[in-house]
Design a binder for this molecule. Sequence first.
Ligand code: AP5
Ligand code: MG
Length: 219
Amino acid sequence: MRLVFMGPPGAGKGTQAKAVAKRYDIPHVSSGDIFRAEIAGETDLGKQIKQYLDTGALVPDEITVRAVVDRLQADDCQGGWLLDGFPRTEPQARALDEALEANNEQLNAVVNLAVGAEVIVRRMSGRRVCPTCGRTYHVERIPPKVEGKCDACGAELIIRDDDKPETVRQRLGTYERATAPLIDYYDQRGLLLRVDGSGTPDEVRRRIFEQLDSEVQDG
Ligand code: AP5
Ligand code: MG
């Protein structure tokens, strides 16, 4: 199974991608998580890309494509993967097509999570993340059992640097300009599954599973 998850920032891609990756037993590959790990590790790449994430701009295509395509070469990705947050521009989508073609592989589906701007801002302003295991919470909607601590590993939860209101606005603008056109790109290729991303995480998950399970059955 080879899947792409698309949608505006805060749509719930990461939240849902984790559950879907588990169901189909494939690795969850998030370009944002890859970049944040590089920044946390203070690697050369991390130093190069920090300014982009801090301002809500896109990391240049060349750097992004190399980082993601490299990750897809790893052993655990040979049986399939779920890409979360990549591709985000048309050149990235074309680069992914080329990488797939070179391996004689195909995408099974592109899930587009559609959520209105108001819901997005509410979700992102309450987001807390675990810096250790990556699990995501929402202070009101999906609170941890113990305030400020990760249910899974007990680490102290943090607020992402780019969840400041000003940066969120920038990220939404970047999404509209660069990424939203990819909805048509994948629709024209017959790969797009439109999923309503509003409602509770369980409701959204059921909608996604329903669509993907029938996709699997249909081959
Ligand atoms: P990235 O990490 O991909 O950020 P994003 O796309 O802005 O998306 P988010 O992670 O903010 O949101 P999400 O959709 O995963 O939502 P989540 O599940 O957390 O990218 C970060 C940056 O890296 C970019 O700005 C860019 O600089 C760079 N980058 C990454 N990929 C790139 C690429 N391909 N090219 C160039 N640059 C790239 O949910 C959000 C909140 O809502 C959470 O608190 C969650 O608990 C809560 N929530 C989720 N679902 C529900 C629900 N149903 N009800 C209530 N609350 C919910
Ligand atoms: Mg995410």
